[in-house]
Design a binder for this molecule. Structure first.
Ligand SMILES: *Cc1c(COP(=O)(O)O)cnc(C)c1O
Length: 398
């Protein structure tokens, strides 16, 4: 018996435990101080009415003999895939229903997709980064190269020809930095992947925050991407589904790789993987997700996104006023700011103790995150206002 020893190479992520310990410590000393949490990476607004309504109706259907549903079809119900197809059509992206795979969320798919890739590949991962990309590759024992995000490239690194890259991770709008690739930069990545026979795994979990039609919200808006990219979408941040669980993965029919003279379809491999190891998302959930993409649902979820976006603007405006360098906030719920000479954790403690504000230290997202801190706009408006007032006061004392 052998365990998968790759698991022993995982670094424990102390980020959120460490934050909680420091917060607990502070609260023991100051039990009456009300802290403002701006570190959360979870939505706070409830589900849209249209979604709740559709899910209630689906529950009733499940309780009736003639309307009951058992296992869903392989790639997800056609009604939902059809709505996703229309959602993409509005972005100018034409998808076939067979290219859309409904799942229980982007995180699972981002991890599971590695099943269809050889272990010998090198993964190219930007730093700072959503930790899932790193840990899932370590679990498979795959070689990882990190690509540095920094102030010079505004945390939007471009390919480096000297680095091997078979599987490339891109997340735009980015968590944690809030940065968004424009079409020209994303085209550079797509051309690079096509030239080098690499595959891009594109995490579009925050696509709905893109509020400028000139910025890409799907990699498939970039010519050539259908030959080199897989995209992950999620209802989590879009429609408040973090606790409901629904996402989708798009694997183009054109995505093929030649093995021993034969073209192998990655779409077929993913279908095989999913039908073997996954049995679909509940009917009730898929009805809810479908309602989120209806005309009424979209209007309601966009209103929620508008609320978070306004919070982000309050944060961004405060930082601009204080002349603090930052990325994000315009097309993202995250703001990534320079900690002005302090380390990420020093700045975290400084904010906690002096401004009674909780952020997320950038160093927790990778080496290149040192010297930065993430603030989240997923929260209550009044708290964000109060938080930024307190932030301004303590920065002005420096
Ligand atoms: C929140 C988030 C997701 C969404 O994951 P789900 O499993 O769909 O909830 C994916 N990628 C990033 C970068 C995220 O921050």
């Amino acid at each position: 018996m052998q365990i998968n020893q790759n698991y022993l190479n995982l670094k424990d992520s102390y980020l959120f435990t460490n934050i909680e310990n420091r917060v607990k410590n502070f609260q023991q000393k100051h039990p009456n101080v009300k802290l403002i949490r701006m570190g959360i990476g979870d939505v706070t607004l409830p589900l849209a009415d249209a979604v709740v309504h559709a899910m209630r109706k689906a529950v009733d259907e499940m309780g009736g003999a003639s309307t009951f549903h058992g296992y869903s079809s392989e790639r997800g119900y056609e009604f939902l895939r059809d709505s996703i197809k229309k959602y993409y059509l509005a972005k100018g992206v034409h998808l076939n229903l067979s290219e859309i795979f409904v799942s229980d969320g982007a995180k699972s798919d981002i991890g599971n997709v590695l099943d269809i890739f050889g272990r010998e590949n090198t993964a190219l991962i930007p730093d700072p980064v959503y930790p899932v990309y790193v840990d899932t590759n370590i679990m498979h024992g795959r070689r990882i190269e990190f690509l540095a995000g920094n102030e010079e490239n505004e945390f939007l690194p471009l390919p480096d020809a000297s680095m091997p890259a078979d599987i490339i991770y891109l997340c735009s709008p980015n968590n944690p930095t809030g940065s968004v690739y424009n079409k020209e930069k994303l085209q550079v990545w797509v051309d690079y992947a096509n030239k080098n026979d690499a595959i891009i795994l594109f995490d579009a979990a925050y696509e709905i925050f893109v509020s400028d039609d000139n910025l890409p919200s799907s990699i498939f808006q970039i010519p050539g991407a259908e030959n080199c990219a897989i995209e992950f979408g999620s209802f989590s941040k879009t429609a408040g589904f973090t606790g409901v669980r629904c996402g989708y993965t798009i694997v183009p029919e054109n995505l093929k790789r030649k093995i021993n003279g034969e073209f192998i379809s990655l779409n077929k491999l993913w279908l095989r993987r999913q039908t073997t190891k996954f049995n679909g998302v509940s009917y009730i959930t898929q009805r809810g997700a479908d309602a989120a993409l209806s005309e009424k649902g979209l209007a309601q979820i966009r209103e929620n996104i508008g609320y978070y976006r306004q919070n982000a603007k309050i944060i961004a405006d405060t930082l601009s006023e204080l002349k603090i360098w930052f990325t994000g906030g315009r097309h993202s719920p995250y703001i990534w700011l320079r900690t002005n000479g302090m380390s990420s954790w020093e700045f975290f403690d400084f904010l906690l103790e002096k401004a009674r504000l909780i952020g997320t230290p950038g160093a927790g997202f990778g080496e290149c995150g040192e010297g930065f801190l993430r603030l989240s706009a997923f929260g209550d408006r009044e708290n964000v206002r109060r938080g930024m007032r307190q932030f301004k006061e303590i920065i002005n004392t420096l």
